[in-house]
Design a protein around this ligand. Structure first.
Ligand code: SAH
Length: 488
């Protein structure tokens, strides 16, 4: 496996001082699992590149004592212990090698050029075969918030058999103007996170290593939770301990929310809360559906109403809630927006319950039910379904609800507990989709699904959205069609 670090900082050959490896020499280092070689394919005044070639001894790994992988299961030695991707891909072997071969550079020390070691210089890293569970999006979510430009390419599994599709490995280049020690610590932590298969035995000092090499960047990283969990190989207790240390002194709820908000917002340099994202997406979906008259059911303090008021295409917005207190808060919040007379005519706030038939719910182009169903007892959902989908029957209904699978990414939540004390349940993606499909089968709507917020490769997004449309006359007799709009 190969990793090349190049710079155009001039004189570029000073990279040799930073790495403590002479550009004119090829050096070899014995590793427990094979050998590492460092050489410079390019060493000019303008550009200098150092390559680390790691030659993993896959047979030795299985037979010898150097591997901890087969510990306790020697009786199970199988073909795939000999024939696997480990010798060829960038993995935690590479991290261990980086720490050994470039240890001084990783620690930021350089006796001969201390200033250079402390200076951000243009650096480019290329790794031709990087296993990346979670794909390119996940790769970007790790490196872009740290200021890297990321390019990546996939290649076919076998050129002769294009039908086999692409391999799961990426050929990547990362560029950044950064101190070399920072770059090495990013690689040390993030390469095994991408690979998610640590080769060495897992000990308590893993937490210490993660915190040490993550110092100065991991705490503020928007993907710090998936990074920590994956680095610690999903050992929940360890991950909680590490996250607790990372978050010391922070409000855990705010921190969890901030982390879940994802890297996109960081890239956009403007933090957007999950709630803002939710409101913005719902408004977009309503605009696309051409809705002009909208009723927001369970409107709470009126966040969505506030959002919709910004857009003149919404002619009438009614908020309904069972709680008088919430409606009073909504009134106070909307006071400023409702200043001019014509705005006041656009908004109505009414008190009512979603489980009783109500004529006031009829006549709208769309109804929104944002983070409300989980506040109702499960045995009330059938009544809610009849009230909304059978009686009021708006052409468009948007329902959002938490995705319970994502809860594992909130360190402040105990396993199995709910996000809010008033929640009666929280559904997995499957459970929500099953319910929505059932509604469609019974009421002649169709539904599509989307996620809202940071999309974790395994657990999906924190919020899930179902967009229901009333089947028109010519589609009414068809069985309900449930479409998965995008994987989330
Ligand atoms: N949609 C708002 C508020 C969500 S909180 C937002 O996203 O910001 C859930 C709201 O649903 C609360 O305001 C609660 O009073 C309301 N609610 C719960 N059960 C209800 C019911 N049966 N009928 C109407 N509103 C209900």
């Amino acid at each position: 496996m190969l990793l090349t670090i190049a710079t155009t900082h001039q004189p570029a050959t000073e990279l040799g001082y930073l790495l403590h490896k002479h550009p004119e020499r090829c050096q070899t280092f014995p590793m427990g699992f094979g050998e590492a070689h460092v050489f410079y394919p390019e060493a000019s005044h303008e550009r200098c590149a150092a390559t680390l070639l790691l030659d993993v001894d896959s047979v030795g790994l299985v037979r010898g004592k150097s591997s901890h992988r087969s510990r306790g299961r020697t009786h199970e030695r199988t073909f795939d212990q000999y024939v696997n991707d480990r010798p060829y891909v960038a993995s935690s072997f590479l991290s261990v090698t980086l720490a050994k071969v470039f240890g001084t550079a990783l620690s930021g020390r350089c006796k001969s050029h201390p200033e250079l070691a402390n200076t951000a210089i243009p650096l480019e890293v290329s790794i031709p075969v990087l296993p990346c569970r979670g794909g390119e999006d996940f790769l970007r979510s790790l490196f872009e918030p740290l200021g890297y430009s990321v390019t990546s390419q996939t290649s076919p599994l076998d050129d002769t058999f294009p039908d086999w599709g692409n391999s799961q490995y990426l050929n990547i280049t990362l560029s950044n103007t950064i101190r070399l020690s920072e770059l090495l610590s990013h690689l040390y932590v993030l390469i095994p996170v991408l690979d998610e298969d640590k080769h060495y035995w897992f000990g308590e000092d893993e937490i210490e290593k993660l915190l040490r090499h993550g110092e100065g960047w991991l705490k503020a990283h928007p993907a710090r939770e998936p990074i920590t969990r994956r680095y610690l190989k999903r050992k929940r207790e360890m991950a909680e301990t590490a996250l607790a240390q990372l978050m010391e002194g922070e409000d855990p709820d705010a921190a969890a929310e901030a982390a879940a908000e994802g890297w996109q917002k960081l890239a956009a340099k403007k933090p957007v809360s999950l709630n803002q994202q939710r409101m913005a997406l719902v408004a977009d979906v309503l605009v696309q559906a051409g809705a002009k008259r909208v009723i927001d059911l369970g409107c709470g303090e009126g966040s969505l109403i506030k959002e919709l008021l910004q857009n003149r295409s919404f002619e009438k917005i009614t908020g309904m809630d069972v709680s008088y207190r919430e409606l009073e808060k909504a009134k106070r919040r909307l006071k400023y927006e409702l200043g001019p007379m014509q705005q006041q005519h656009r908004v109505d706030l009414i008190q009512g319950s979603l489980i009783y038939k109500d004529d006031r719910l009829r006549g709208y182009d769309a109804a929104t039910v944002i983070e409300v169903i989980e506040h109702m007892d499960l045995d009330r959902l059938a009544a809610f379904e009849r009230v909304l989908f059978e009686f009021a029957q708006p052409p468009v209904v948007i329902v959002t609800t938490p995705n319970a699978e994502f809860n594992i990414c909130f360190p402040a939540l105990q396993p199995g507990s709910l996000r809010h004390q008033d929640h009666r349940f929280e559904w997995s993606r499957q459970a929500f989709q099953d319910w929505a499909k059932g509604v469609c089968d019974r009421t002649g709507y169709t539904v599509t699904f989307q996620g809202i917020g940071y999309n974790h490769p395994d657990f999906g997004t924190p919020t899930q959205l179902g967009l229901f449309k009333k089947a028109t006359a010519h589609t009414q007799n068809k069985p309900s069609e449930t479409v998965q709009k995008r994987d989330f």
